[in-house]
Design a protein around this ligand. Structure first.
Ligand code: PLP
Length: 472
């Protein structure tokens, strides 16, 4: 399987090279040349435990890694999770990293049982093992530079801390990540970890990372690598749980298709679901659920993709206006015509807005549906799911659940992605339920009072480049 850029300027490259390149050298994003059709395998795959399913999915896209090595990479990645016993009606296998449970009108897929209690561990544990494997083969070094709105940074740090050949520079917007998220990052004191507290928004941080990566001499000299969801390996690791969640839900309900609701920021997670659908998983709808930072929800209802101001919300990991993975969807939407993607991206860079025509059915895409939940709806959903169904949702998951319930389906079961453990957001839980003590987790308690280290810098690409250069 080879990879090409959404901007058309990269000759097809194999998986390992695509993973190390991160952002494509022409400024685009890498995608596989085609998506395998797996419809003939769905019945067999539906009987596999998570780790084996992950191996089967990943190997279709990573065919330049020997199978035995890939199996070991996948095994190590999910060994870092706290396995959860299945719900009583699903004791078909042993404890698993990603449980799926019914709660009232929806099914909750819990993606937060990794080391940092957010779904990003699913991909970043895998990526950490993958980097270590590829760097070990080549004897090279990699300096990861990553922007975070909160969860990517801690998951990246926990995926890469102490690994040979890798340094990790994490840029977070100072004061705009939750206290737990900040502690999860800054309490890691390994020599290869650098936390930069940037005076600006997440979009500033993301723009600076893009600037550093598009300076090719700098990128090459300092061997920069990416772990944002611009890295294809992250999206790939997330494709797995759409299969897994659909299988568990179809088994439980007898349905022949499912929908998903996905709390969305950078469009990476929901795009992974889109890939699963393209591979033949029976997905009716993917709800692109946003908070007040709703550029994507507006796009999928109007066709206008127009930048807005970032406003801080209860779900900070979704406080994003410019969603990097959207370009991957644009490329597929354009029938893989890179020239059209370049024209759209240039138009957006110049004016801050582009408009795409609707399809014949009036939508922008047959599968993707807009969803939005504001602060009041988020709090009410947390309150109601706790009171009525005994399910404690974090504010990101609550956005997804609220949007799922507002978007009319065709009676198919809806799987809502629970992207973080509620203990990461105790203030929102307290506001919604009146009881902060509900949101606890031993891993969070253990952080309190831990020594920390961070480096404050202005939101300026030059300052960040100098900081990186001085340490590599
Ligand atoms: C990162 C994150 C999201 C958004 O995921 P994207 O892939 O950026 O769309 C949602 N919820 C949580 C808890 C996150 O950490």
């Amino acid at each position: 399987m080879n990879y090409v850029s959404t901007r058309g300027g990269v000759a097809p490259i194999p998986f390992k090279e695509a993973v190390m390149m991160g952002l494509a050298r022409d400024g685009g994003l890498l995608l596989p040349e085609s998506f395998p059709d797996v419809r003939d395998r769905l019945a067999a795959w539906s009987k596999l435990p998570y780790g084996e399913l992950a191996f089967e999915v990943v190997r279709l896209f990573a065919d330049d890694i020997p199978e035995a090595d890939l199996r070991e990479i996948v095994r190590k990645s999910y060994a870092a999770f706290r396995p959860v016993p299945p719900a009583p009606d699903q004791a078909w296998t042993g404890p698993e990293p990603v449980p799926v449970r019914p709660a009232g009108p929806v099914h909750l897929m819990e993606l937060f049982h990794g080391p940092t209690l957010a779904f990003k561990d699913v991909a970043l544990q895998f990526l950490g093992n993958l980097f270590e494997y590829v760097l070990g083969e080549s004897g090279r070094e990699l300096n990861v530079v990553v922007a975070t709105s909160g969860d990517t940074g801690s998951a990246a740090i926990h995926g890469l801390r102490g690994r040979k050949g890798v340094r990790v520079f994490v840029l977070h917007p100072a004061g705009r990540v939750s206290p737990v998220q900040e502690l999860q990052m800054t309490s890691v004191l390994d020599d290869n970890v650098f936390n930069v507290a940037l005076g600006g928004t997440f979009d500033d941080a993301q723009r600076i990372v893009k600037t550093l990566f598009s300076d090719l001499p700098f990128k090459d000299a300092h061997r920069l690598g990416a772990v944002n969801s611009i890295n294809w390996a992250r999206v790939l690791a997330q494709v797995v749980y759409y299969f897994y969640g659909a299988f568990r839900t179809m088994e439980r309900t007898g349905a022949s298709e499912v929908s998903f609701s996905v709390p969305t920021g950078n469009f990476g997670d929901v795009f992974a679901g889109y890939v699963a659908a393209r591979m033949g998983l029976p997905v009716r709808r993917l709800v692109v659920a946003t908070n007040e930072n709703d550029i994507l929800a507006r796009f999928f209802s109007t066709g206008v993709y127009a930048r807005g101001e970032v406003v801080p919300t209860l779900s900070p990991s979704m406080d994003i206006q410019v969603a990097s993975n959207f370009e991957r969807w644009l490329f597929l939407h354009a029938g893989r015509d890179a020239a059209r993607v370049r024209a759209w991206m240039d138009g957006f860079a110049a004016t801050g807005s582009i408009e795409l025509p609707r399809l014949a059915d009036g939508t922008l895409d047959p599968v993707l549906r807009p969803g939005r939940a504001d602060t009041a709806a988020t709090l009410e959903t947390i309150r109601r799911f706790h009171a009525d169904f005994g399910a404690l949702l974090d504010p990101h998951a609550a956005v997804g659940v609220s949007a799922a319930l507002a978007a009319p389906g065709a009676g198919e079961p809806v799987v809502c992605l629970c992207t973080a453990h509620p203990a990461k957001f105790p203030d929102a839980i307290a506001r919604a339920t009146g009881d902060a003590s509900l949101a606890t987790h031993p891993a969070v308690e253990a952080l309190k009072g831990a020594p920390t280290r961070k480096f404050p810098l202005p939101a300026d690409a030059k300052a960040v480049a100098d900081f990186v250069a001085a340490r590599t």
